[in-house]
Ligand binder design. Structure first.
Ligand SMILES: Cc1cc2nc3c(=O)[nH]c(=O)nc-3n(C[C@H](O)[C@H](O)[C@H](O)COP(=O)(O)O)c2cc1C
Length: 203
């Protein structure tokens, strides 16, 4: 059913948490039959600043082979999933910087009608996960997107607990099966809805 759905998973991650969620989303989307691109956004922080935190520098090395997001990745996609750590309750500036390059696509109406969803992480439980996802949703509205939240549409969501999008409390350690399962489910659900939309549009 989902073979013709293209999914771009575009994320920023400094120390690997959001990257792990993004990889799980890749698994979920591929299992649903989608063509998937995993893309990191460009780093805007100087290397000497990154080097002040070994886990940050290590993650940059570990993900050197992940392709950098381009506007073509957005234009190509039927589903765009955005992932970002919380930064004072908002998306990371690195992801925002990429989002703010999409003006030409928006101007041509090429961002409208796609399926969008978002995921995040924060250090603490009440550190701004929902506000970060909702902040990205503001952009999805401007794009004329179809926002597909996970809600509580799978038992894993009752465990993971965030109906706005997958999220993980990084202060408790790396994402475990619950958060990874929620990311897989979120991606699968967006693929299924995009496939139904495509089928309806071509009917
Ligand atoms: C500038 C800055 C602001 C942050 N703001 C918050 C915050 O508001 N709430 C919170 O819980 N964590 C906050 N954090 C922690 C990050 O959200 C956390 O390190 C991140 O989710 C880990 O994801 P990553 O491993 O993908 O980089 C902040 C971190 C930085 C560097």
């Amino acid at each position: 059913m989902s073979e013709s759905v293209n999914v771009s998973i575009i994320y920023y991650s400094a120390t690997g948490t959001v990257h792990a969620l993004a990889q799980a989303a890749v698994e979920g989307a591929e299992k649903a039959g989608a063509q998937v691109r995993l893309r990191k956004v460009a780093e805007t922080v100087p290397q000497e600043v990154i080097n002040t935190r070994e886990e940050w520098a290590q993650h940059v090395r570990d993900t050197a082979d992940v392709a950098q997001a381009t506007l073509d990745d957005v234009e190509w996609a039927d589903v765009v999933l955005l992932g970002t750590p919380t930064r004072f309750g908002n998306p990371a500036s690195q992801l925002r910087a990429f989002v703010e390059t999409t003006g030409p696509l928006w101007f041509q109406g090429k961002l409208a009608g796609k399926v969008y969803s978002a995921f995040t992480s924060s250090s603490t439980e009440h550190g701004g996960q929902e506000s970060t996802i909702l902040a990205l949703a503001n952009t999805f509205y401007h794009w004329g997107g179809i926002i597909v939240p996970p809600g509580y549409t799978d038992p894993v969501k009752a465990q993971q607990g965030n109906p706005y999008g997958t999220s993980h409390v990084a202060g408790t350690g790396a994402p475990g099966e619950t958060a990874l399962g929620a990311a897989r489910h979120q991606a699968r659900r967006t693929v299924e809805i995009a496939a139904a939309l495509k089928a309806g549009r071509t009917a």
